[in-house]
Write a protein that binds this ligand. Structure first.
Ligand code: BDR
Ligand code: CA
Length: 306
């Protein structure tokens, strides 16, 4: 049996691929998917999560969460994810979402799990922060908190800030202060998981299942990133799931991180100290990725799905 796992996400094209990677991986016993707004509003991210869950036979429960950050409003990204959040790829509706809200479901699972859980955050940190702010002792029930967020250099939402951090910096600051052992998978790492047309073609050639086809169709809709040279798009969120499955594909470094909560142009910036100068929450920072190993893992696991 795999490690008991929760995924919080905002599908989102790369979130969809991350969920499918988790579904195909026996190392993870995925207990629930909780959903937050972000890439688009919750009115899109929630049905998208259900539709992706519907690609497998016995999906985990899907719970609705926050449709706004702790302050203000989310800034959606339809240019990357399409107006529907899945690049226009039409899927069946999948299972209905549960009535129980995300923060309640997260707390319930953390309380009930007989062993510490792996918690993977792929969107703005709102749901996870709400869960832990209302029952801080549950941080001790998290074995590893893996967050796709932040950057030690340039951002993608603004020059200073990565998208998930920018969309709820207060929640990210709360989450980082919660005390769970945290792995940060930021933009410098995910830039190494560059889905080029050649890599997508080999992924598609791995099988004929509907999940693999959907993953490839969704990713093919994502425009090449000018920030990354226009040769492909980064598979951000699947990197965080891959860390939970195959940490040996990564090199890491102990670091500390502070989130800029100011109102100016640096809002949402993750100030990451990689050189032990002190200050900020301790994290394990993922620095390098075996990209060929990552794409081999993705292909192998997606090809197992129906
Ligand atoms: C993150 O932002 C979102 O658009 C992606 O889904 C990913 O979680 C990358 O900055
Ligand atoms: Ca995401």
């Amino acid at each position: 049996m795999g490690s008991p796992t929760l995924i919080d996400c905002d599908p989102g094209t790369d979130d969809a691929l991350a969920l499918l990677l988790a579904f195909g991986s026996p190392e993870l016993d995925l207990r629930a998917i909780t959903v937050v707004g972000g890439n688009l509003g919750l009115d899109r991210t929630l049905p998208n999560a259900c539709a992706v869950a519907g690609l497998i036979a016995a999906p985990p429960a899907v719970h609705p969460g926050a449709d706004r950050p702790l302050l203000g409003a989310f800034t959606p990204e339809p240019r990357v994810h399409g107006a529907d959040g899945l690049g226009g790829v039409r899927l069946s509706a999948g299972p209905a979402p549960r009535a129980e809200l995300a923060a309640d479901a997260i707390r319930g699972h953390l309380r009930a799990s007989p062993t510490p859980m792996t918690v993977i955050g792929l969107g703005p940190a709102t749901n996870l922060a709400l869960a832990l702010a209302t029952e801080p002792a549950l941080a001790a029930r998290i074995g590893t908190l893996i967050l796709m967020t932040g950057a030690w250099g340039e951002g993608n939402a603004t020059p200073a800030a990565e998208f998930n951090a920018f969309n709820d910096p207060e929640a990210l600051a709360i989450l980082l202060a919660a005390g769970a052992p945290t792995v940060l998978v930021g933009l410098e790492l995910t830039a190494q998981a560059l889905a080029t047309p050649a890599r997508l073609a080999s992924l598609r050639a791995r099988g004929t299942g509907q999940a693999l086809a959907a993953a490839c169709d969704i990713q093919a809709s994502v425009p090449a990133s000018a920030r990354l040279g226009g040769v492909g798009a980064a598979l951000h969120d699947p990197c965080a799931v891959a860390y939970a499955i195959r940490p040996d594909l990564f090199t890491t470094r102990a670091a500390r991180v502070t989130v800029d909560l100011g109102p100016g142009p640096s809002r949402g910036r993750t100030v990451i100290d990689r050189w032990g100068r002190g200050g900020g929450a301790p994290v394990t920072l993922a620095e390098t990725l075996d990209a060929d190993g990552f794409f081999a893992l993705l292909g192998e696991r997606l090809a197992r799905l129906p």
